[in-house]
Design a protein. Structure first.
Length: 428
C-alpha cells in the first residue's frame, strides 16, 4: 500500500464538519449499500474478548529492519539465533486451523474442558492457552502462553510458517505482533521489560508476527507464562470452520464455568465471513433495524473533535486527549459525540455496513491492511472528511494529519458507523 503521509494544509479543510451536514446526512439504512460478496474462503478473525482489547496499527509500508533474518517462507522479521539441536526443534507446521472461538476464564479452566469442547459438533481442533494482560515496557498488553509446536497452527499463515519465530518462543523469547513491534519501536533481538503477577523479567524479542486473534500482541511459552504468573490453562482457542457459531456458542457455554467469556472470533453469517475473509471492512450482520447512522449532531461533534486534534503526536496505544494512535483517535472523537466504539481497528471495522467508495460520506471510516505477517488483518483506520480527503493518526514520528484518500492495494473498505452496532462491538 502506498505510504499515507502526503500532507495538505488543514486550512483547506476548514468547515468540512459543517458542510457535511448539508449533504442529506444521515443516509437511511436502505441507502447504506453493501460491498459485493467475494468468493467463499475460510472464515477469518474479527472481534476478540474484551479481556484482550489493545491497540491497532498504522498505514506505513513494510519496514525493512536492519539486523534481522527473513524466513524464506514468510515475511516475518525474526532475530538471529544459534543452531538448535534436532531434538529441541519445534514441530513443523502440518496444517492450519481457523481460530473461530476463544474461551477465556479468570482462573484455570477445569480439567477435561478442552476434551469436552473437542467433542462438540463441528469442532475440528482445540488448543489450551494461558491468557492475561501484563505489562511490556510499562504498557498493558494481552499475552498468550502457548505450546509453540501446537499453537502455531492457529496463527495467521505467514506467522504460522515461521519456524524461527516459534523456535524463539520455545527457547524462552517473546514474540510480539508486527504492529506492536513496528509502532512501539521495539528492538528486534533486544530485550523488553515484562512485568507479570509479582515478577518482572527482561525477555528477548524473538520476532514480529501477528497471530490474527484481535488484541493479542504477545506470545510466550507456557514455561515463561508460569514464571510471569499468567493463569495456567485459563483459555482455549477453538477451530470450527463449518459450525453454526450461534449454536456452538450455546453448547460451549454449558461446558465452561460461569463467568468465562465465550467469544466468537468470526462474523456471524456466510456473507460477513466471506467479506471478512477477503479482508473487507463492514459488519455483514448489520440490519436495517440496527440503524440509523450518526445523527447530524453526532456527525458534527465527531468531525469537529477529530479535526481539533490535527498536529497532535502519534503514540502507539495513545487514546487521547493529547496523543493518539489511529484507532484511539477514532474512539476518542466518536466518544465526544456520545458514540461508544471498540478500541482496535479490526473491531471498529465491524461497527456498521460497508459502503462503496462512490457513496462515501463525511464521517465514514476507511480501513487498511498494513501487516505483512497477517495480510488480511485490518490494522489501520482513517476518517473520511469529504472532497477525497481523510484524517488519520499515521505512525510514530508524525502527527494527526489530513491527507488525500488512499485507495491502493492495502485498502480494505469503508464503513458507515451505526451507534447500536458500535456499542455491541465495544461490549465484546
Amino acid at each position: 500500500m502506498r505510504d499515507l503521509t502526503r500532507r495538505v494544509s488543514p486550512v483547506a479543510l476548514a468547515g468540512l464538519a459543517l458542510a457535511a451536514t448539508a449533504a442529506g446526512w444521515p443516509l437511511s439504512a436502505a441507502q447504506a449499500a453493501q460491498v459485493s460478496t467475494p468468493p467463499a474462503s475460510p472464515r477469518p478473525t474479527v472481534p476478540a474478548s474484551v479481556i484482550f482489547r489493545t491497540t491497532a496499527g498504522t498505514s506505513s509500508s513494510v519496514l525493512q529492519l536492519p539486523g534481522t533474518n527473513r524466513n524464506k517462507s514468510s515475511k516475518v522479521p525474526v532475530a538471529a539465533s544459534a543452531p538448535i539441536p534436532a531434538s529441541g526443534r519445534v514441530a513443523p507446521l502440518k496444517q492450519l486451523h481457523s481460530s473461530d472461538v476463544l474461551v477465556v476464564g479468570r482462573t484455570a479452566l477445569p480439567a477435561g474442558t478442552a476434551a469436552a469442547l473437542a467433542r462438540l459438533p463441528g469442532v475440528t481442533a482445540v488448543q489450551t492457552l494461558d491468557a492475561a494482560r501484563i505489562k511490556i515496557n510499562g504498557k498493558y498488553v494481552a499475552v498468550l502462553g502457548v505450546d509453540p509446536s501446537a499453537f502455531r497452527a492457529f496463527a495467521a499463515k505467514p506467522t504460522a510458517r515461521s519456524d524461527q519465530l516459534w523456535q524463539g518462543v520455545a527457547d524462552g523469547r517473546i514474540a510480539v505482533s508486527w504492529t506492536m513491534g513496528r509502532l512501539d519501536k521495539l528492538p528486534l533481538g533486544g530485550k523488553v521489560k515484562v512485568a507479570g503477577a509479582g515478577r518482572t523479567e527482561r525477555l528477548m524479542i524473538g520476532g514480529f508476527g501477528t497471530v490474527g486473534i484481535p488484541g493479542v500482541d504477545g506470545i510466550v511459552s507456557h514455561q515463561v507464562a508460569r514464571r510471569l504468573g499468567v493463569p495456567a490453562g485459563n483459555a482455549i482457542v477453538i477451530s470450527a470452520p463449518k459450525a453454526q457459531l450461534a449454536t456452538l456458542d450455546k453448547l460451549i457455554s454449558k461446558h465452561v464455568p460461569r463467568g468465562a467469556v465465550v467469544d466468537p472470533l468470526v462474523a456471524p453469517g456466510p456473507t460477513a465471513a466471506q467479506a471478512a475473509a477477503a479482508g473487507l471492512a463492514g459488519a455483514g450482520s448489520a440490519a436495517t433495524d440496527q440503524g440509523p447512522g450518526l445523527t447530524r449532531t453526532q456527525l458534527v461533534a465527531f468531525l469537529k473533535a477529530a479535526e481539533s486534534k490535527i498536529g497532535r503526536p502519534y503514540v502507539w496505544g495513545g487514546s487521547g486527549p493529547s496523543v493518539f494512535d489511529c484507532s484511539g483517535l477514532v474512539q476518542w472523537a466518536l466518544a465526544q459525540a456520545g458514540v461508544t466504539m471498540p478500541r482496535v481497528a479490526v473491531d471498529q471495522a465491524r461497527t456498521g455496513p460497508a459502503v462503496p467508495v462512490n457513496q462515501l460520506q463525511p464521517g465514514d471510516l476507511l480501513f487498511y491492511h498494513t501487516d505483512p505477517t497477517a495480510p488480511t488483518y485490518i490494522s489501520h483506520v482513517a476518517i473520511y472528511l469529504g472532497n477525497s480527503m481523510m484524517l488519520q493518526a499515521p505512525r510514530p514520528g508524525l502527527t494527526v494529519e489530513v491527507v488525500p484518500v488512499d485507495l491502493g492495494t492495502g485498502f480494505a473498505g469503508a464503513v458507515r458507523v451505526y451507534p447500536r452496532v458500535a456499542l455491541a462491538a465495544a461490549a465484546g
